[in-house]
Design a binder for this molecule. Structure first.
Ligand SMILES: NC(=O)c1ccc[n+]([C@@H]2O[C@H](COP(=O)([O-])OP(=O)(O)OC[C@H]3O[C@@H](n4cnc5c(N)ncnc54)[C@H](OP(=O)(O)O)[C@@H]3O)[C@@H](O)[C@H]2O)c1
Length: 259
Protein backbone atom coordinates (compact mmCIF):
# COMPACT_ATOMS: atom_id res chain seq x y z
CA UNK A 1 0.00 0.00 0.00
CA UNK A 2 1.25 3.48 -0.84
CA UNK A 3 2.31 6.11 1.64
CA UNK A 4 1.81 9.85 1.97
CA UNK A 5 4.96 11.99 1.98
CA UNK A 6 5.36 15.67 2.87
CA UNK A 7 8.64 17.04 1.46
CA UNK A 8 9.92 20.62 1.56
CA UNK A 9 11.89 22.39 -1.20
CA UNK A 10 11.12 20.08 -4.10
CA UNK A 11 11.22 22.33 -7.16
CA UNK A 12 14.86 21.37 -7.80
CA UNK A 13 17.81 19.38 -6.52
CA UNK A 14 17.60 16.34 -4.25
CA UNK A 15 14.03 17.12 -3.17
CA UNK A 16 12.79 17.09 -6.76
CA UNK A 17 14.46 13.75 -7.37
CA UNK A 18 12.97 12.17 -4.24
CA UNK A 19 9.50 13.29 -5.35
CA UNK A 20 10.02 11.85 -8.83
CA UNK A 21 11.15 8.51 -7.45
CA UNK A 22 8.22 8.16 -5.06
CA UNK A 23 5.74 8.97 -7.83
CA UNK A 24 7.33 6.43 -10.18
CA UNK A 25 7.65 3.75 -7.49
CA UNK A 26 3.98 3.29 -6.61
CA UNK A 27 0.85 4.77 -8.13
CA UNK A 28 -0.76 4.76 -4.70
CA UNK A 29 1.93 6.98 -3.17
CA UNK A 30 0.80 10.53 -2.50
CA UNK A 31 3.41 13.27 -2.40
CA UNK A 32 2.84 16.77 -1.05
CA UNK A 33 5.80 18.83 -2.19
CA UNK A 34 6.54 22.44 -1.34
CA UNK A 35 7.98 25.22 -3.47
CA UNK A 36 8.54 28.89 -2.73
CA UNK A 37 7.24 29.85 -6.18
CA UNK A 38 5.07 27.02 -7.50
CA UNK A 39 4.12 28.93 -10.68
CA UNK A 40 7.81 29.07 -11.68
CA UNK A 41 8.53 25.42 -10.82
CA UNK A 42 8.27 24.27 -14.44
CA UNK A 43 9.59 20.72 -14.09
CA UNK A 44 7.58 20.13 -10.94
CA UNK A 45 4.40 21.37 -12.63
CA UNK A 46 5.08 18.91 -15.45
CA UNK A 47 5.29 16.11 -12.89
CA UNK A 48 2.06 17.31 -11.31
CA UNK A 49 0.17 17.02 -14.57
CA UNK A 50 1.76 13.64 -15.34
CA UNK A 51 0.88 12.29 -11.87
CA UNK A 52 -2.52 13.91 -11.42
CA UNK A 53 -4.00 13.26 -8.00
CA UNK A 54 -0.70 11.84 -6.76
CA UNK A 55 1.46 14.96 -6.58
CA UNK A 56 0.20 18.06 -4.78
CA UNK A 57 2.32 21.18 -4.88
CA UNK A 58 1.86 23.72 -2.13
CA UNK A 59 3.43 27.15 -1.59
CA UNK A 60 5.84 27.39 1.33
CA UNK A 61 8.60 29.71 2.42
CA UNK A 62 10.03 28.16 5.58
CA UNK A 63 11.42 31.54 6.72
CA UNK A 64 7.92 32.99 6.96
CA UNK A 65 5.67 32.01 9.88
CA UNK A 66 2.50 33.04 8.02
CA UNK A 67 3.50 30.78 5.16
CA UNK A 68 4.17 27.92 7.62
CA UNK A 69 0.76 28.48 9.24
CA UNK A 70 -0.87 28.31 5.80
CA UNK A 71 0.32 24.69 5.31
CA UNK A 72 -2.64 23.37 7.30
CA UNK A 73 -5.30 24.92 5.08
CA UNK A 74 -3.37 23.90 1.96
CA UNK A 75 -3.13 20.20 2.90
CA UNK A 76 -6.14 19.46 5.06
CA UNK A 77 -8.09 17.86 2.23
CA UNK A 78 -5.30 15.84 0.55
CA UNK A 79 -3.77 14.78 3.88
CA UNK A 80 -7.02 14.18 5.73
CA UNK A 81 -6.02 10.54 6.36
CA UNK A 82 -2.61 11.61 7.64
CA UNK A 83 1.03 11.85 6.54
CA UNK A 84 3.40 8.87 6.88
CA UNK A 85 6.73 10.60 6.34
CA UNK A 86 7.87 14.21 6.70
CA UNK A 87 11.12 14.90 4.85
CA UNK A 88 12.64 18.24 5.80
CA UNK A 89 14.80 19.03 2.77
CA UNK A 90 14.65 22.80 2.11
CA UNK A 91 17.79 24.70 3.06
CA UNK A 92 20.10 27.32 1.60
CA UNK A 93 23.50 28.92 1.68
CA UNK A 94 23.42 32.51 0.42
CA UNK A 95 26.06 33.87 -1.93
CA UNK A 96 28.90 35.25 0.15
CA UNK A 97 28.16 33.01 3.12
CA UNK A 98 31.46 31.14 2.77
CA UNK A 99 33.40 34.17 4.04
CA UNK A 100 35.45 33.83 7.21
CA UNK A 101 33.46 33.76 10.45
CA UNK A 102 34.63 37.20 11.62
CA UNK A 103 33.91 38.80 8.24
CA UNK A 104 30.29 37.80 7.88
CA UNK A 105 27.52 40.29 8.69
CA UNK A 106 25.15 39.49 11.56
CA UNK A 107 21.98 39.52 9.43
CA UNK A 108 23.40 36.76 7.21
CA UNK A 109 23.84 34.50 10.26
CA UNK A 110 20.29 35.25 11.38
CA UNK A 111 18.71 34.70 7.96
CA UNK A 112 20.40 31.32 7.59
CA UNK A 113 19.41 30.24 11.08
CA UNK A 114 15.75 30.99 10.41
CA UNK A 115 15.63 28.92 7.21
CA UNK A 116 17.99 26.05 8.05
CA UNK A 117 17.33 25.49 11.76
CA UNK A 118 13.97 26.97 12.75
CA UNK A 119 12.23 26.15 9.45
CA UNK A 120 12.49 22.34 9.71
CA UNK A 121 10.89 22.12 13.16
CA UNK A 122 8.42 24.98 12.77
CA UNK A 123 7.04 23.06 9.78
CA UNK A 124 6.97 19.89 11.90
CA UNK A 125 4.74 21.67 14.41
CA UNK A 126 2.05 21.89 11.69
CA UNK A 127 2.71 18.43 10.25
CA UNK A 128 2.75 16.54 13.57
CA UNK A 129 -1.04 16.07 13.93
CA UNK A 130 -1.04 14.51 10.45
CA UNK A 131 1.83 12.14 11.36
CA UNK A 132 -0.08 11.03 14.44
CA UNK A 133 -2.95 9.83 12.25
CA UNK A 134 -0.70 7.18 10.67
CA UNK A 135 1.15 4.13 11.93
CA UNK A 136 4.48 5.08 10.25
CA UNK A 137 5.18 8.50 11.92
CA UNK A 138 8.63 9.08 10.41
CA UNK A 139 10.57 12.35 10.29
CA UNK A 140 13.71 12.49 8.12
CA UNK A 141 15.67 15.70 8.49
CA UNK A 142 18.08 16.26 5.63
CA UNK A 143 21.17 17.61 7.33
CA UNK A 144 24.81 17.49 6.24
CA UNK A 145 28.13 16.02 7.22
CA UNK A 146 29.18 19.70 7.30
CA UNK A 147 27.32 19.82 10.62
CA UNK A 148 29.15 16.86 12.13
CA UNK A 149 31.44 18.08 14.91
CA UNK A 150 33.34 14.79 14.93
CA UNK A 151 34.52 15.42 11.35
CA UNK A 152 36.52 18.43 12.51
CA UNK A 153 36.55 19.86 8.97
CA UNK A 154 39.57 22.08 8.33
CA UNK A 155 37.32 24.52 6.42
CA UNK A 156 34.76 26.97 7.67
CA UNK A 157 31.40 26.30 6.08
CA UNK A 158 30.06 29.61 7.41
CA UNK A 159 26.51 29.66 8.73
CA UNK A 160 25.65 26.54 6.72
CA UNK A 161 27.82 24.10 8.70
CA UNK A 162 26.89 25.74 12.00
CA UNK A 163 23.21 25.55 11.05
CA UNK A 164 23.48 21.86 10.25
CA UNK A 165 25.22 21.21 13.59
CA UNK A 166 22.34 23.02 15.34
CA UNK A 167 19.84 21.11 13.20
CA UNK A 168 21.46 17.82 14.26
CA UNK A 169 20.95 18.91 17.84
CA UNK A 170 17.30 19.63 17.06
CA UNK A 171 16.96 16.14 15.55
CA UNK A 172 18.37 14.47 18.67
CA UNK A 173 16.14 16.52 20.98
CA UNK A 174 13.04 15.82 18.89
CA UNK A 175 13.85 12.11 18.84
CA UNK A 176 13.64 12.13 22.65
CA UNK A 177 10.65 14.44 22.93
CA UNK A 178 8.50 12.75 20.31
CA UNK A 179 9.29 9.07 20.87
CA UNK A 180 6.56 8.68 23.55
CA UNK A 181 4.09 9.53 20.77
CA UNK A 182 5.59 6.91 18.47
CA UNK A 183 7.35 9.39 16.17
CA UNK A 184 10.79 8.39 14.83
CA UNK A 185 13.21 11.22 14.01
CA UNK A 186 16.54 10.86 12.20
CA UNK A 187 18.97 13.22 10.49
CA UNK A 188 20.40 12.19 7.11
CA UNK A 189 23.39 13.28 5.04
CA UNK A 190 22.57 13.12 1.30
CA UNK A 191 26.20 12.86 0.15
CA UNK A 192 28.22 15.52 -1.64
CA UNK A 193 25.69 16.03 -4.39
CA UNK A 194 26.20 17.70 -7.72
CA UNK A 195 23.22 20.08 -7.47
CA UNK A 196 23.11 23.75 -8.43
CA UNK A 197 23.64 24.88 -4.84
CA UNK A 198 26.18 22.13 -4.11
CA UNK A 199 28.32 23.48 -6.98
CA UNK A 200 27.84 27.13 -5.97
CA UNK A 201 28.87 26.50 -2.37
CA UNK A 202 32.06 24.64 -3.37
CA UNK A 203 32.92 27.41 -5.87
CA UNK A 204 32.58 29.98 -3.11
CA UNK A 205 34.82 28.13 -0.68
CA UNK A 206 37.55 28.26 -3.29
CA UNK A 207 36.84 31.90 -4.15
CA UNK A 208 37.19 33.06 -0.55
CA UNK A 209 39.88 30.58 0.40
CA UNK A 210 41.97 29.70 -2.68
CA UNK A 211 44.17 27.50 -0.49
CA UNK A 212 41.23 25.09 -0.33
CA UNK A 213 41.14 24.21 -4.01
CA UNK A 214 43.66 21.37 -3.61
CA UNK A 215 41.73 20.02 -0.63
CA UNK A 216 38.42 20.18 -2.44
CA UNK A 217 39.86 18.40 -5.45
CA UNK A 218 40.97 15.55 -3.21
CA UNK A 219 37.95 15.04 -1.02
CA UNK A 220 37.90 11.79 0.93
CA UNK A 221 34.47 10.97 -0.51
CA UNK A 222 32.89 10.90 -3.99
CA UNK A 223 30.66 13.52 -5.51
CA UNK A 224 27.37 11.90 -6.52
CA UNK A 225 24.45 12.86 -8.75
CA UNK A 226 21.10 13.94 -7.34
CA UNK A 227 19.60 10.69 -8.72
CA UNK A 228 22.17 8.62 -6.80
CA UNK A 229 21.56 10.64 -3.65
CA UNK A 230 17.76 10.32 -3.84
CA UNK A 231 17.93 6.60 -4.62
CA UNK A 232 20.35 5.98 -1.74
CA UNK A 233 18.24 7.98 0.70
CA UNK A 234 15.02 6.22 -0.30
CA UNK A 235 16.40 2.66 -0.49
CA UNK A 236 18.66 2.69 2.56
CA UNK A 237 17.38 5.42 4.88
CA UNK A 238 13.76 6.49 4.38
CA UNK A 239 11.99 3.26 3.35
CA UNK A 240 13.71 0.81 5.73
CA UNK A 241 13.63 3.22 8.72
CA UNK A 242 12.73 1.52 12.01
CA UNK A 243 11.82 2.85 15.45
CA UNK A 244 15.10 1.37 16.74
CA UNK A 245 16.97 3.92 14.60
CA UNK A 246 15.31 6.85 16.38
CA UNK A 247 17.85 9.62 17.04
CA UNK A 248 20.48 8.39 14.57
CA UNK A 249 22.48 10.33 11.97
CA UNK A 250 22.46 8.30 8.74
CA UNK A 251 24.43 8.51 5.51
CA UNK A 252 22.72 8.28 2.09
CA UNK A 253 24.01 4.68 1.87
CA UNK A 254 22.38 3.72 5.16
CA UNK A 255 25.59 3.77 7.23
CA UNK A 256 25.43 5.37 10.65
CA UNK A 257 27.40 8.62 10.99
CA UNK A 258 28.95 10.19 14.05
CA UNK A 259 27.42 13.44 15.26
N1 LIG B 1 24.08 19.28 -2.49
C1 LIG B 1 24.88 18.81 -1.54
O1 LIG B 1 26.05 18.46 -1.79
C2 LIG B 1 24.38 18.66 -0.13
C3 LIG B 1 25.27 18.14 0.82
C4 LIG B 1 24.82 17.99 2.13
C5 LIG B 1 23.53 18.34 2.48
N2 LIG B 1 22.68 18.86 1.53
C6 LIG B 1 21.32 19.20 1.95
O2 LIG B 1 20.38 18.56 1.11
C7 LIG B 1 19.18 19.35 1.01
C8 LIG B 1 18.87 19.62 -0.44
O3 LIG B 1 20.01 20.22 -1.03
P1 LIG B 1 20.11 20.51 -2.60
O4 LIG B 1 21.55 20.44 -2.94
O5 LIG B 1 19.12 19.71 -3.34
O6 LIG B 1 19.70 22.06 -2.60
P2 LIG B 1 19.03 22.97 -3.74
O7 LIG B 1 19.17 22.35 -5.08
O8 LIG B 1 19.57 24.34 -3.49
O9 LIG B 1 17.49 22.96 -3.30
C9 LIG B 1 17.13 23.55 -2.09
C10 LIG B 1 15.63 23.63 -2.04
O10 LIG B 1 15.30 24.32 -0.82
C11 LIG B 1 14.42 25.38 -1.16
N3 LIG B 1 14.50 26.50 -0.23
C12 LIG B 1 15.55 27.32 0.02
N4 LIG B 1 15.18 28.28 0.88
C13 LIG B 1 13.87 28.06 1.19
C14 LIG B 1 12.92 28.72 2.00
N5 LIG B 1 13.19 29.84 2.68
N6 LIG B 1 11.65 28.18 2.07
C15 LIG B 1 11.34 27.09 1.37
N7 LIG B 1 12.17 26.44 0.56
C16 LIG B 1 13.44 26.93 0.47
C17 LIG B 1 14.84 25.80 -2.56
O11 LIG B 1 13.82 26.58 -3.16
P3 LIG B 1 14.17 27.75 -4.24
O12 LIG B 1 14.38 27.06 -5.56
O13 LIG B 1 12.98 28.63 -4.19
O14 LIG B 1 15.42 28.42 -3.75
C18 LIG B 1 15.03 24.43 -3.19
O15 LIG B 1 13.80 23.88 -3.56
C19 LIG B 1 19.46 20.62 1.81
O16 LIG B 1 18.98 20.46 3.13
C20 LIG B 1 20.98 20.68 1.84
O17 LIG B 1 21.49 21.41 2.92
C21 LIG B 1 23.09 19.03 0.23
Amino acid sequence: MGKTYFITGVNRGIGFEIVKKYLEADSSNIVIGTARNPSKATELLELESKYKGQLHIIQLDVSDLKSIDSIDSQIKEVAKDGIDVYISNAAYSAPGAAKKVLELERQIWIDHYIVNVLGPFEVLRVIKPYLLKKETKHVVIISSLAGSLSQNFPISTGPYGQNKAALNHVAITLSHELSPEGITVVAAHPGLVDTESGREVLKEYVEYKPELSALLNNLPFDKITQEESAKGLIDTVIDPLTKEQNGKFLNYDGAELQW
